[in-house]
Write a protein that binds this ligand. Structure first.
Ligand code: CA2
Length: 175
């Protein structure tokens, strides 16, 4: 049976995780984050498409691609760590609003305990929820929340698509 597909999107510099600043972001690498997401998704009967980019434009395009189109399954929901783009990118906010999918924003660090410029996130306006300060477990919590949101809302409350097989099923799952 087709599983709901969650786009797990990571922004600039997150490819450096575990290699620099472990005192801020922890020792786990982005590969560790992907492994945790894969394991969590399997337990939740979700499929994931896990990606990272250093380019704002590429991230915007990936968000746009979450809406299904002919020959493209889209995604049922989005888990995103926009990294520094959280604090700067109206373009990313606009793309997330236009995606019309449930969005959970995740940050490894507690952005509210850090510099003032990190306290505001444009992306949060498009998010059903924001998780920060819990390290990589925030990704597992975000996937768990999205699984529940998709179960609670027939069709995820969004236009169709978003199944891992690209089939005709609507986004989300019937209870
Ligand atoms: O805490 C988070 O997850 C952040 O999204 C991480 C961003 C930062 O700009 C946000 O304010 C909060 C930075 C991602 C870059 O991560 C690095 C990891 C290791 C070494 C250098 C950067």
């Amino acid at each position: 049976m087709a599983l709901p597909l969650i786009a797990v999107l990571n922004g600039p510099n997150l490819n450096m995780l575990g290699l620099r600043q472990p005192e801020v972001y922890g020792a786990a690498t982005l590969d560790d984050v992907e492994a945790l997401c894969a394991e969590t998704a399997e337990a939740l009967d979700l499929a994931i498409d896990f990606r990272q980019t250093n380019s704002e434009g590429e991230l915007v395009t990936w968000v746009q691609d979450c809406r299904p189109a002919p020959g493209r399954p889209g995604a049922a929901a989005i888990l995103i760590n926009p990294a520094a783009l959280s604090h700067t990118s109206v373009a990313l906010l606009d793309a997330l609003l236009a995606a019309e999918r449930p969005v959970v924003e995740v940050h490894l660090s507690n952005i509210h305990r850090r510099e003032e410029f990190r306290h505001h996130s444009y992306v949060s306006r498009a998010a059903v929820g924001v998780i920060c300060g819990l390290g990589i477990r925030g990704y597992a919590l975000g996937l768990t929340a999205l699984a529940e949101i998709l179960l609670d809302t027939p069709g995820g409350g969004m236009p169709g698509g978003g199944m891992a097989d690209g089939g005709a099923a609507e986004g989300g799952r019937a209870r």
